[in-house]
Design a binder for this molecule. Structure first.
Ligand code: GDP
Ligand code: IMO
Ligand code: MG
Length: 434
């Protein structure tokens, strides 16, 4: 496979998010024309490092860094307009203009101040054992309102001032009563102030709003190559992840179809992204977590602090059981394995090849968080390497132990490795073309 043979690709995380999707999207955009974010919102933080410049994207697709690319925020996203406009301004200031090439779905739902408040209130009210550790960006409450339907507000609704004001008045009255009754929250949100503020956002976004499903399908018919940029990771999938310690959307390939309005027949390549170890931010099961000096070493060397919240990420050994399950869900045509440089000099490495409970190997993946109770990882040990790999540009340049480690991941996860990360920059990537 050569990179320029990729078409209509989907880049998805096969772990708990932060796998390095932003870097892979940026790299693959050299071979695509349109990039589509199909789910999640400002909970995502995708990092791209180009020529010493670091970009952290939250709602705008990582593909924006390449000037010629069309960027789409599709219907499956939940959009915080203040954050979006801030991101657009931030890019403008750095010489990257979204004008004329950034499109926002009129069907995407809008994250309102009461969603962020509800996220914070629900987390604060939960006892320690039931806090989810959300990013507090209002994601869950916004998706809940979308599905509940009484108070959902879509981007298109903001463009009709009268309808919007009436909708916000109803929603805010409901939320104020609900927050007071359930959380004893005394301060009331002001519907008119929220409406006025959001109507200003709406005017700035108006030139960017359209039916993005139609736009993307027209581009596909016109032979543009489209890349679907996943946010979060398969283990955070609301259906398939470690429920309830998940996000509220479908980050995997399943989310592409509903979240952007394209046929499943569109997708031709699926690149599953993993780190060479595992991380998780927020609460929830993490069988291979290392709460010791080794975990601390990975965190320090890999700079494992959240792109969105700055929280230290929990770190652990690579979990082949979870990654293989995620690969079963996604059916990746290729894998990207990042952060091989971070594992340099760690001594003997471990990968989890099975889950054991009460002395027995599990033969099915735990259905949710509570089914992980008592689960212990079964490890296989592999030799480490001490050589600096950050300058390697070909597979053959890697030390034998690193090649063996990658072969083990490929074998256990069950898809061929196309890309290997040896550092954060665009160039620090090995392409295994055949
Ligand atoms: P995303 O949410 O999946 O896009 O990932 P994040 O951007 O949240 O986190 C990935 C982090 O790893 C970022 O800081 C990247 O710059 C960095 N990164 C990506 N690939 C590599 C790699 O191969 N080596 C190192 N050292 N850092 C990498
Ligand atoms: P990217 O796209 C890592 C996690 C949160 C929390 C859970 C629910 O950068 O990979 P939410 O705010 O979505 O209700 O939080 O999901 N989470 C992420 N973790 N990377 C992300 O995105 C995440 N988006 C959400 O930490 O555990
Ligand atoms: Mg991230």
């Amino acid at each position: 496979m050569k990179l320029d043979e990729l078409a209509h690709s989907c880049v998805v995380g096969l772990q708990w998010g932060d796998e390095g999707k932003g870097k892979i999207v940026d790299l693959l955009m050299a071979h695509h024309d349109v990039v589509v974010r199909y789910g999640g919102g400002a909970n995502a933080g995708h990092t791209v490092v180009v020529a010493g410049d670091k970009f952290a994207l939250h709602q705008i697709p990582s593909g924006i860094i390449r000037q010629e690319v069309m960027c789409v925020l599709a219907n499956g996203m939940v959009i915080d307009p203040a954050v979006l406009l801030g991101e657009m301004r931030g890019l403008e200031e750095r010489g990257i203009s979204p004008a004329g090439r950034l499109w926002v779905s009129d069907r995407a739902h809008v994250v309102m101040p009461y969603h962020r408040r509800e996220d914070a209130l629900a987390e604060a009210a939960a006892d320690q054992a039931h806090k989810l550790g959300t990013t507090s960006r209002g994601i869950g409450p916004c998706y809940a309102d979308k599905v509940l339907r009484y108070h959902g507000i879509r981007v298109g609704d903001m463009l009709d001032a009268d309808r919007f004001r009436a909708g916000i008045a109803r929603a805010v009255a409901h939320k104020n009563a609900y927050f007071a009754a359930v959380y004893d929250e005394r301060s009331q949100l002001d519907a008119n102030a929220i409406t006025d503020e959001y109507l200003q956002f709406a005017e700035q976004l108006r030139p960017h709003v359209c039916d993005t499903a139609q736009l993307v399908n027209e581009r596909i018919s016109g032979r543009s190559r489209v890349l679907f940029e996943g946010a979060q990771g398969s283990m955070l999938d609301v259906d398939h992840g470690t429920y309830p310690y998940v996000t509220s959307s479908a980050p995997g390939v399943g989310g592409v179809v509903g979240g952007s309005g394209v046929s499943p027949r569109t997708i031709k390549s699926i690149v599953g992204v993993v780190k060479a170890y595992a991380t998780r931010v927020g609460d929830g099961p993490f069988p291979t977590e290392l709460c010791d000096a080794t975990g601390e070493t990975i965190r320090t060397r890999g700079r494992e602090y959240g792109t969105t919240t700055g929280r230290p990420r929990r770190c652990g050994w690579f979990d082949c059981v979870a990654a293989r399950y995620a690969a079963m869900l996604a059916g990746p045509t290729h894998l990207a394995v990042l952060h091989m440089d971070t594992l340099t000099g760690m001594g003997e490495l471990r990968i989890c090849v099975g889950y054991r409970r009460d002395g027995r190997i599990l033969n099915s993946f735990p259905a949710g968080a509570y089914d992980f109770a008592g689960v212990e990882p079964v490890y296989e040990s592999l030799p480490g390497w001490d050589e600096d790999v950050s300058g390697c540009r070909r597979f053959a340049d890697l030390p034998a132990a690193a090649r063996q480690y990658l072969a083990a991941i490929q074998e256990r996860v069950g898809a061929p490795i196309l890309l290997v990360g040896v550092g954060p920059t665009r160039e620090q990537t090995i392409v295994i073309e055949d």
